[in-house]
Design a protein around this ligand. Structure first.
Ligand code: PLP
Length: 470
């Protein structure tokens, strides 16, 4: 109705919500209630909790609602239907917990609501991106020339790294891909291992390179590229290597392959989504040897480092190529006095995710990162030993945080897996490894204790016993 002050009333209500803090205190008490229960509850939601998700199905509200009711609904029906990922017995996919100070940082910075696109939009986001960039280069042992883009995850970071490679290779053939596109462009060949992550093929499709232009290299029993089977490399080749196979955790022979690629002037991208952090552990650093010779690298904060979602990083030795590829402009990029984050990312507006990354790096320091990464490896070795003693077959060398196991037959493996998932004691995922149904275990959270490992193994033993006695 014209002339009514409905909008003003709504604005007043929202101002009061902001000033009185009632809803924020309510959210805080729900969050603390969640945190108090998350270590003991079933790891996967109960059937009842899943059933209750139906309470979210309703017609789009016609008019504004009540903030406290919204929060109450979320906590009553949302919280129980979460996966207990911040507890110690979630071993699915390759996820990770959250370092407490990062979570607290997220709360604080949510009030800032910064847009990290440009220095002029958020000086603090620009400054902390710059600090993270420097620290990551030091941690990973990369040269000064590397720049970092802070993106939503490895999917985007891989896309960005490969886009930079595509830009540089075509530019070297006097082909400006930003203007001319891929129609009639000089051919690019990609060399990747058969075990490359699905996000690599996705990026290649998005970039108009296409998976038919990949020379797939056979891999060994750990999922590593067999270097002797690599084709001859040239300056129109992009090579995609893995620092951490998503099943086995295995690392390609990065140093050896980079040496050949550098001589041929080929572009090397290393997908190190969770494995690149091995470089932060004195004990495991050898796995990542040679990463400083790559042209681009991608890594997640939200996996091994335990930052909140969504935190991915692309690191590129060729600043110009990354900036040109991400801005997709035909003209020259002008660099300001300060860091403008959007030059290195596909997105323009972005949340200031580097602040949480900064908080974790500052909190842990070199020694803390080393302890975190080495600790995940130690828990993985413990789990391997206990599983082996219990008669499970270990199918990979546990070089990092991943364990691939199976039972006597695919059927028993799959039935044991679904029984253990249903037990609520822990959650591990299924996969296929070298033609067999397997259970894939990822130790990825700082919360996981030795006791959690033993409890999970016992749950798996019980699940298998129930299956085989049927
Ligand atoms: C998780 C993962 C990805 C994808 O990363 P997102 O952060 O989920 O986008 C790519 N490669 C590997 C090896 C991964 O483990």
């Amino acid at each position: 109705m014209r002339g009514s002050n409905m909008d003003e009333d709504q604005q007043k209500k929202m101002l009061d919500e902001m000033v009185s803090k009632v809803i924020f205190n309510r959210a805080k008490s729900y969050a603390f209630d969640y945190a108090d229960n998350v270590l003991d509850r079933t790891v996967f939601p109960t059937p009842e909790a899943l059933q209750n998700l139906q309470y979210f199905t309703e017609d789009f509200p016609k008019s504004p609602g009540d903030a406290l009711e919204i929060l109450a609904q979320l906590h009553q029906y949302g919280s129980p239907a979460t996966v207990s990922q911040t507890g110690g017995r979630y071993f699915g996919f390759v996820n990770g917990g959250v370092v407490p100070v990062a979570l607290a940082t997220r709360w604080l910075t949510d009030f800032w609501d910064q847009n990290a696109a440009l220095h002029i939009i958020s000086p603090v986001a620009a400054k902390l991106e710059e600090v993270c960039e420097t620290w990551l280069k030091q941690l990973f042992g990369l040269s000064e020339t590397f720049v970092a883009g802070f993106v939503s995850g490895s999917s985007t970071a891989i896309f960005a790294g490969l886009a930079a490679g595509r830009y540089r290779i075509l530019q070297n053939q006097n082909w400006d891909v930003n203007r001319k596109g891929m129609n009639g462009a000089p051919e690019i060949r990609v060399v990747a291992g058969r075990e490359a992550h699905g996000t690599v093929t996705k990026a290649l499709a998005l970039l108009g390179i296409g998976t038919d232009n990949v020379a797939w290299v056979d891999t060994d029993e750990q999922g590593r590229i067999i270097p002797a089977l690599m084709p001859i490399l040239d300056d129109r080749t992009i090579i995609v290597l893995q620092a951490g196979n998503v099943n086995s955790g295995a690392f390609d022979a990065i140093d050896e392959i980079c040496n050949k690629a550098n001589v041929a002037n080929a572009w090397v991208h290393v997908d190190g989504a969770f494995g690149l952090w091995a470089a932060g552990s004195a004990q495991l650093r050898h796995l990542t040897g040679g990463i400083e010779k790559a042209n681009s690298l991608s890594v997640d904060g939200h996996k091994t480092l335990n930052t909140p979602y969504d935190c991915g990083i692309v690191l590129c030795a060729d600043k110009q190529a990354l900036a040109q590829a991400m801005q997709a402009s035909g003209s020259y990029i002008t660099y300001g006095e300060h860091r403008d984050g959007m030059l290195y990312t596909p997105e323009m507006s972005r949340r200031a995710r580097a602040v949480e990354l900064w908080a974790v790096l500052k909190y842990l320091g070199r020694a803390g990162v080393d302890a975190l990464v080495s600790g995940l490896h130690a828990r993985a070795l413990q789990m391997q030993d206990e599983l082996k003693s219990a008669g499970f077959q270990i199918l990979n060398d546990v070089v990092f945080n991943q364990i691939v196991i199976c039972c006597e037959s695919d059927a028993i493996t799959q039935a044991s897996l679904s029984a253990v998932q249903q037990s609520g004691e822990c959650w591990m995922g299924g996969s296929v490894w070298r033609g067999r149904a397997v259970i894939r275990i990822s130790i990825c959270s700082w919360v996981t204790t030795a006791n959690d490992v033993t409890r999970a193994v016992n749950a798996l033993i019980k699940a298998r016993a129930a299956v085989t006695s049927r």
